[in-house]
Design a protein around this ligand. Sequence first.
Ligand SMILES: Cc1ncc(COP(=O)(O)O)c(C=O)c1O
Length: 379
Amino acid sequence: MTTPSRPEPRPGLLDITPYKPGKAPTPAAGRKVYKLSSNESGLGPAPAALAALAGVAPHAEMYPDGAARSLKAKLGKTYDLPEENLIIGSGSDEVITLLLRAYAGEGTSIVQTRHGFSYYWIAAQGAGAEPLFAEETDLHADVDAILRTVREDTKIVFLANPNNPTGTVIPSAEVRRLREELPPQIILVLDGAYAEYMEAGDDYTDGADMVREAMASGADNVVMMRTFSKIYGLGGLRVGWAFGPSSVIDVLNRIRPPFNVNALALAAAEAALGDQGFVDRNRAHNAAERARVLDRLEGMGFTAAPSFANFLLVRMRGADEAARASEAASLLEHLESEGIMIRAMGGAWLPDYVRVSIGSEEANDAFLAAVARFVEGAA
Ligand SMILES: Cc1ncc(COP(=O)(O)O)c(C=O)c1O
């Protein structure tokens, strides 16, 4: 073996395409800008969280509780879950990273859906594992395709439900079928980042029931992930969490950085949990505004995937994919020139779509007015 003349990263790391966050608009003098590119809360942060931040800030010299006991206790009460089976991460992104470091790696693979969350495959490559993509049917996860894609070396299957960037949901019976038909050595990670946007009465499972059942039968192969970044409005603070079998939580705790979630974030998340009225208001705001934005877009000739989350995946109007992709590029440029940022979808194998988050009424109005000007200009 020849000795390299400079430090070299592990094989494969330089092949990773870095995660592309939603663009932030560049403020220009006298112009309002709107960021609708990262699926952030349309009503801002939970107000109770702001008061908690002010309370903790004067003690910033102190390390946080590395075990996050107080937040876990509150989560346990709020969602009726055993607190000893919870783990808190610096965003659910960190939980994804920990799961991959713990269970995947060189010579293994993970499975996700074609238009699933991009950090799954980026983090998989970071851990040395090969990401495999199961094709979707009409922008919905296809359980049979997922099962067909699984290989002998597959360690984890990631399913976001609702999914980002499609916004679509698969019914609880399909999630259950996936769990039942997956080989027992594979962990099914059910990502409920947008679960709180679902309405009572929707045919939906966040997966907590399946984690409980797996635990009761000693199967240990289902994990549910959640986040404070969306409906609680705390994306900037970075708090996510997972509910899983003791054996999995124990392994993740062994490799987790000792103080992985900062004290301000822990306190804010705990306070936000105590304000379920805000969660209800945000859900109602999102449902009403999503319907309004969709209606206006459809009136201008666009269509969108059926969304259950706080964003819309919008299909452009052209007759073929090339024409639609070209319109997507022009629309993105036009909106950017007006200080409105939405998300390009080429990286998700959807070049003829754009994704727009449902923001405040004012932001949504600004977006719709800018799209109307674009449509008029193109006519
Ligand atoms: C499906 C899904 N999972 C996980 C995340 C990560 O969220 P966070 O790390 O902010 O908790 C996101 C963020 O957009 C997401 O859309």
